[in-house]
Ligand binder design. Structure first.
Ligand code: PAF
Length: 315
């Protein structure tokens, strides 16, 4: 397959590198500032077996035609720009593996402004649990294959025909791919866990495993349970025991990780707080529900970003 991966952060590097190693023809699109460096160095993936260097085609804009599939492997705050960069590209299936909620809406709107007439036919959402840490443009530490959930075709709407294409692509590179019925609930499950883990680890500056002990555990679980109240109003009910078990599993599995939001704060970048906790707050508000702890932590993360970054506001 000819695959375009937009973004060479943690997940973009791991996906692009693994797909290239599996024999696919991969073009990675990076910011112009990183073009020469990533072209010269190739991709670098570190895992427990050592360091793998992978040569791929590197461009600062997507190739115009001839590609089969696209993965927009950028953070939510860069998603609209990344989607608009497909302006001159003939419509082709697009995978959206971002954290957060409302991602399809953002991509759909941006692709419409880029001239695609019916983006919904091409957009396949994914819930990504591949553990990866960015080490710099085109370089990442990979904690193992992890699982990628895709919607069961009957839940993928007009993009249903493309689910199997991404399933086969990702599986061919060794990723565990599962087609999930109740995919909307899976998106909420991941968002709730992110809303509980990411802002606490980011503000406290601790790896995920620290959440297993106090005072972080209570702080994180309170966010989890507040978020679950919003999910219930949106029609996705999670019993405390279920969502607590998910939280515990993810925290233990990723104990050594510095969460993506912590990595963003460390680098003075915007964070995904709006697409995760912000969307949870908006859902709650639409149902007349106030989530004071979530509201407070969104304000704290937003203030921290504004204090440390020239790119204060997500685009
Ligand atoms: O955003 C992240 O960092 C990850 O989704 C997770 C699961 C919280 C692990 O660090």
């Amino acid at each position: 397959m000819r695959v375009v991966v937009v973004g060479a952060g943690a997940i973009g590097t791991v996906l692009a590198g693994s797909l290239a190693v599996a024999g696919h023809s991969v073009t990675v699109v990076v910011r112009p500032a990183y073009l020469e460096r990533v072209r010269a160095d190739g991709l670098r993936i570190e895992d427990e077996s050592g360091t793998t260097r992978v040569r791929v085609t590197v461009e600062d804009r997507p190739p115009l035609d001839g590609e089969d599939l696209t993965i927009l492997a950028v953070k939510t705050f860069d998603l609209a720009d990344a989607a608009r960069s497909l302006r001159a590209v003939l419509p082709l299936p697009v995978l959206l593996p971002q954290n957060g909620l409302g991602v399809e809406r953002t991509a759909d709107a941006a692709l419409r402004t880029a001239g695609w007439s019916d983006p919904g036919r091409y957009l396949v959402r994914a819930v990504n649990s591949v553990p990866a840490t960015a080490l710099g443009p085109g370089a990442a530490r990979w904690g193992g294959h992890g699982e990628i959930l895709l919607p069961a075709p009957e839940e993928a709407g007009k993009a249903a025909p493309h689910v199997a294409e991404f399933q086969h692509l990702l599986a061919s590179a060794g990723f565990g791919v599962r087609l999930a019925s109740g995919f909307g609930r899976e998106l909420w499950r991941k968002a709730l866990v992110n809303a509980a883990i990411n802002p606490v680890t980011a503000l406290r500056g601790v790896p995920n495993g620290e959440l297993l002990g106090e005072p972080y555990r209570s702080e994180s679980l309170e966010l989890l349970h507040e978020g679950a109240r919003a999910a219930a109003r949106a029609g996705f009910v999670f019993a405390d025991a279920e969502i607590d078990a998910d939280w515990e599993r993810v925290v233990r599995f990723t104990a050594a990780n510095r969460s993506s939001m912590l990595q963003d704060l460390d680098r003075g970048r915007p964070t995904e707080i709006d697409a995760i906790s912000g969307e949870i707050l908006r859902t709650a508000a639409a149902h007349g529900l106030d989530l004071p702890r979530t509201r407070a932590i969104v304000e704290l993360v937003t203030a921290r970003v504004a204090a440390s970054s020239p790119r204060a506001q997500p685009s």
